[in-house]
Design a protein around this ligand. Sequence first.
Ligand code: PRT
Length: 108
Amino acid sequence: MSAPQDVLLKLCETLEARKGADAKTSYVASLYAKGVDGIAKKIGEEAAETIIAAKNDDDQALIRELADLWFHSLVLMAHRGLTLQQLGEELARRSGTSGHAEKAARPQ
Ligand SMILES: N=c1c2ncn([C@@H]3O[C@H](COP(=O)(O)OP(=O)(O)OP(=O)(O)O)[C@@H](O)[C@H]3O)c2ncn1[C@@H]1O[C@H](COP(=O)(O)O)[C@@H](O)[C@H]1O
C-alpha cells in the first residue's frame, strides 16, 4: 500500500497530465471543460454529501465522500494552476500556532 502523500502526488501528476485530454474519455478533462463554476458546483455537492455521511455511523461511507471532496478540490487547484506544494506550505505555516491566532493574523 502506498503512503498517502505518494498517492496524492501521483494523483496531482495525473491531474496535470489530463489538461490536454479528451473530455469524452477523461472525467477530469470533462471537469476542466466546465471551468471553475462546474468544478465548484461538484465541490459543493461533495461537501453536502460529506456532511450527510458525517452524521451517520458508516466510517467507510464517510471516507468515500471525503475522498470525492478532496479529489474535486485537487481538480480545482490543478485547474487554477495551484500545487500541492503551495497547499502544504500554507498548512505548514499554520502549524504550531493556535487556530485562534492564525485567524487573527489573516488578511481581511
Ligand atoms: N480519484 C478519482 C475520482 N474520484 C471520484 N471520481 C469521479 O467523481 C465523480 C463523483 O461524482 P458523483 O459522486 O456525483 O457521481 P456521478 O453522479 O457519477 O458524477 P456526475 O456524473 O454527476 O459528475 C464520479 O464520476 C467518479 O468517477 C474520480 N474520477 C477520477 N479520479 C482519479 O482521476 C484519474 C483520472 O481520471 P480520468 O480523467 O477519468 O481518466 C483517475 O485515474 C483517478 O485516479
